[in-house]
Design a protein around this ligand. Structure first.
Ligand SMILES: C[S@@+](CC[C@H](N)C(=O)[O-])C[C@H]1O[C@@H](n2cnc3c(N)ncnc32)[C@H](O)[C@@H]1O
Length: 220
C-alpha cells in the first residue's frame, strides 16, 4: 500500500449519534487503510493484512483451493478470487456474493456446515484462512480463551479439509500462543507469528502462518 494519507474531515456529533459512534466514524475517516480499501473496491480494510502476508510469503496463486473461514464482509474472499484462487467462504453472517466464490452461511464448527464446505471444495483445500473473530467481552482472559477455542476448532477441522503439505493462516490474540503453538508444532513443518501493518495499534491480534501440514500429528 502507498503512503498513508488522512482525509482531515471531521465528524459532527449530530443526528443522535452517540459519542462512541462519533469516535468510530472519525477513526474510519482518519484511517488510510479504510480509504485505500474503498478506492480499490474492497469491502474491508482487513484485506491489507492478507495482502501483506501473501506478498511476503507467496500464499495464494492462480488455482489455489482456498477455504476462507469468518469471511464476511468478504475482502479476503475478494482478494483471493482476484488472485485466481478457487474460494469457498463461510460466515455466521450473510455476505453479499463475491462473483467466483462459493459461500456457506453458518457456524464453521457445525458438522453439517463442515460437510457442505467439503462438498463445495470438491477435494482438499491448499490453504485454509481464518479471520474468525468471536464476540469479545473486553475482559482480556475471557477473550483469549474464546479465541483459543476458535483456533483449536480451526486446527481440528484441518484434518478433514486441508491437503498434506498445505498452509493455514489464522488470527490469534497475543497470549494465546502458549496454548496454540504446541498444537501447531505437531501438525505443521513450520510456522511464524505475524503482526501486519494494517492491524490497529490498540489491537492485540496476531496472525499465525503455518505451512507444511501433516495430517497425522507428529509427537516431536
Ligand atoms: C474480522 S471479520 C472477518 C473479515 C474478513 N476477513 C474480511 O476481510 O472481510 C470476522 C468474522 O468472523 C465471523 N465468525 C465468528 N465466529 C464464526 C463462526 N463460528 N463461524 C463462522 N464465522 C464466524 C463473524 O461473523 C465475522 O464476520
Amino acid at each position: 500500500m502507498t503512503a498513508p494519507r488522512r482525509t482531515g474531515e471531521r465528524v459532527r456529533a449530530r443526528g443522535g449519534r452517540t459519542a462512541a459512534q462519533v469516535r468510530w466514524l472519525q477513526r474510519q475517516l482518519d484511517d488510510p487503510f479504510v480509504a485505500e480499501a474503498k478506492k480499490r473496491g474492497f469491502r474491508a480494510r482487513s484485506v491489507f493484512k492478507l495482502e501483506e502476508i501473501d506478498k511476503k510469503h507467496g500464499l495464494l496463486r492462480r488455482g489455489t483451493a482456498v477455504l476462507d473461514l469468518g469471511a464476511a464482509p468478504g475482502s479476503w474472499t475478494q482478494y483471493a478470487v482476484q488472485k485466481g484462487c478457487r474460494v469457498v467462504a463461510c460466515d455466521l453472517l450473510e455476505m453479499a456474493p463475491v462473483p467466483g466464490a462459493a459461500f456457506v452461511r453458518g457456524d464453521f464448527t457445525d458438522p453439517a456446515v463442515q460437510e457442505r464446505l467439503r462438498e463445495l471444495l470438491g477435494g482438499p483445500a491448499d490453504v485454509v484462512l481464518s479471520d474468525v473473530a468471536p464476540n469479545t467481552t473486553g475482559l482480556r482472559n475471557v477473550d483469549r480463551l474464546k479465541v483459543e477455542a476458535v483456533v483449536e476448532a480451526v486446527l481440528d477441522l484441518l484434518g478433514r479439509v486441508l491437503r498434506p503439505g498445505g498452509a493455514c493462516l489464522v488470527k490469534l490474540l497475543k497470549g494465546a500462543e502458549g496454548t496454540i503453538l504446541p498444537l501447531v508444532r505437531q501438525r505443521f513443518a513450520a510456522h511464524r507469528l505475524i503482526r501486519p501493518k494494517a492491524t490497529r495499534p490498540e489491537s492485540s491480534e496476531l496472525y499465525l502462518l503455518a505451512t507444511g501440514f501433516r495430517p497425522e500429528p507428529s509427537s516431536s
